[in-house]
Write a protein that binds this ligand. Structure first.
Ligand code: PMP
Ligand code: GLU
Length: 379
């Protein structure tokens, strides 16, 4: 066969998905693996959301919908984002996508020209860099402070003639940290000064502990240059539904709609009805899950400290980001094959020397994972 796409040959598979697949394979072979490598809530989707989807199926919502999403969902999202996040937006500023991942990819396709640079704040979730590359852009990395995980003046040094975009993610996957107001203001100022587009991935906004989430697009006139990304996977335990969204300035949204029309058309129509119920329904399920995650977070961070590990400030999402002494790839390999604990090495997030543990597992399994990690560390 002749050579395939050079662009894709240079891109690695998703580490989070690959490691989890390995853990699943080991489990199928009868090995008792504690899988903490994937960021996925272990709760069932709340029943009222599933019911709304089943109702939609029954009443025949099984056909094509408008490409940017059903009007009822775009309206509910616009109300949420303008009311809760103070980002001025109407239904016409919203696109509903196949998960937040798809929204991120479409935003990159919409904004970047070949060779345009996108600044990514490291440690960064595994798919930002590949999405930039698939869109023909060039990723440029800026490292957040290794203790505070905040932005400092060094960010400006990463901006050059070709910079077009900054990708921000708070609460952060993998660090679990939350950007403070000073960091967000710094990003906003740079976007204004250098005429940049921000992609602000806020998918973990509801999973936050003792801090307040602030949308980048709510600062000054940042809504005019920010694509806000969010979705239902994390807050409502809806990973398999594949519903995410973006709120974007009109010229960018128009381009994203074209990408969507020519690729996926739109997410499953009946699944979008479930998402309407998620936003319009009682929100206590979100708080219940958040509280449960908070208890696990405290347990895991304390246990890791007892074992002798430092973690990044675990203020959001459901990850403990652990500083290890040594090669994170080698240590994660040892945790998986000797201790049967699946975790994701920091190298996958451009942060060698760290390992990400997802605490989206029940306390008994987390307890077992901590026991095993303690045992391999001591051995
Ligand atoms: N952004 C971040 C930071 C994530 O951790 C994830 C999880 N996969 C996503 C986006 C994508 O989420 P989804 O496509 O399931 O909405
Ligand atoms: N966001 C999750 C993670 O980081 C899900 C897997 C993925 O899409 O990368 O593990």
């Amino acid at each position: 066969m002749r050579a395939l796409s050079e662009k894709l040959s240079a891109i690695p598979p998703s580490a989070t998905i690959e490691i989890t697949d390995t853990a699943k394979r080991m489990a199928r072979e009868g090995i008792d693996v504690v899988s903490l490598s994937i960021g996925e809530p272990d709760f069932a989707t709340p029943a009222h959301i599933t019911e709304a989807c089943v109702d939609a199926l029954r009443r025949g919502e099984t056909h094509y919908a408008p490409s940017p999403g059903i009007p009822e969902l775009r309206e509910a999202i616009a109300e949420k984002i303008s009311g809760e996040n103070s980002v001025p937006a109407g239904p016409g500023d919203v696109i509903v996508t196949c998960g937040a991942k798809d929204a991120i990819y479409e935003a990159m396709e919409a904004v970047l020209n070949r060779g345009d640079e996108a600044v990514i704040l490291d440690p960064a979730w595994v798919s930002y860099e590949p999405c930039v590359q698939i869109a023909g852009g060039h990723p440029v990395h800026y490292r957040l402070d290794e203790r505070t995980f905040q932005v400092d003046d060094g960010l400006v040094e990463r901006i050059g003639q070709k910079t077009r975009m900054i990708v921000v993610n708070s609460p952060s996957n993998p660090a679990g940290s939350v950007l403070d107001d000073a960091s967000l203001s710094l990003v906003a100022d740079l976007c204004a000064d250098y005429d940049l587009i921000a992609v602000s991935d806020e998918i973990y906004e509801k999973l936050i502990y003792g801090k307040t989430h602030r949308s980048l697009a709510a600062i000054d006139d940042m809504h005019e240059r920010t694509v806000t990304i969010n979705g239902f996977s994390k807050a409502y335990a809806m990973t398999g539904w594949r519903i995410g969204y973006a709120v974007a300035p009109t010229p960018i949204l128009r381009q994203m709609i074209k990408v969507q029309q020519h690729t996926i058309s739109h997410p499953a129509t009946f699944a979008m009805w479930g998402a309407v119920a998620a936003l319009r329904g009682d929100q206590s399920c979100v708080e219940e899950m958040r509280r449960e995650f908070d208890g696990r977070r405290r347990y895991v961070v304390d246990e890791l400290a007892n074992i002798g590990y430092r973690t990044a400030p675990a203020d959001g999402a459901f990850y403990a980001f652990v500083k290890v002494d040594g090669d994170d790839m080698e240590i994660a390999h040892r945790w998986l094959h000797d201790a049967h604990v699946a975790a994701t090495p920091g190298t996958a997030f451009n942060a060698p020397g760290w390992i990400r543990l997802s605490y989206a597992a029940d306390l008994a399994r987390l307890n077992e994972a901590m026991r095993r990690i303690r045992a391999v560390r001591g051995s």
